[in-house]
Write a protein that binds this ligand. Structure first.
Ligand code: T46
Length: 139
């Protein structure tokens, strides 16, 4: 499946916590054009239910725990984001759901493009049809 887990660079200080950082193109396979974050979410809430046609993103959870459920139309995988130093890089074409495990967990996302509603596929049947067209392009 077209994703990777990265270890976000982190600088611990003595008794003053840790500073973590990443840089577009150096630490991520894209230039960052947009940052957004999802907060004030109760445990048990599920968001997502869509795929992106072109957008690349890096998801991380600086506080709390969120499970990312991915499918490529054939297999399903779950990635637990419960460590501020763990990043999930998603390439385009993956259907995703996000489930909040702990109240008020924060999900942050660095994205390769400005917001574009036309980049979303929000209907699962349409997504499966879209995958078929992509396969045809590869052939
Ligand atoms: C994704 C997952 C991980 C904007 O106006 N600008 C933005 O930059 C974004 C991201 C969203 N919106 C609007 C669109 C909707 O009216 O905010 C509303 C909620 O968005 P959505 O229902 O898509 O939120 P999630 O949590 O299901 O999905 C979000 C991202 O949209 C999506 O790209 O991959 O987080």
């Amino acid at each position: 499946m077209d994703y990777s887990i990265i270890s976000i660079k982190s600088v611990p200080t003595e008794e003053q916590g840790t500073l973590s950082f990443f840089e577009g193109e150096r630490d991520l396979p894209f230039q960052i054009k947009r940052i957004y974050y999802i907060h004030h979410v109760s445990a048990g809430i599920k968001r997502g239910a869509h795929a992106h046609k072109t957008l690349q993103q890096m998801l991380f959870c600086p506080y709390g725990s969120v499970t990312i459920i991915l499918t490529d139309g054939k297999t399903k995988e779950e990635i637990l984001l419960d460590d501020p130093c763990k990043g999930l890089v998603l390439e385009p074409g993956l259907w995703r759901d996000m489930v909040w495990n702990i109240d008020n967990s924060v999900l942050c996302v660095a994205a390769s493009q400005y917001y574009d509603k036309d980049d979303y596929i929000r209907d699962y049947d349409e997504y499966l049809e879209y995958l078929k067209t992509q396969k045809d392009i590869v052939k």
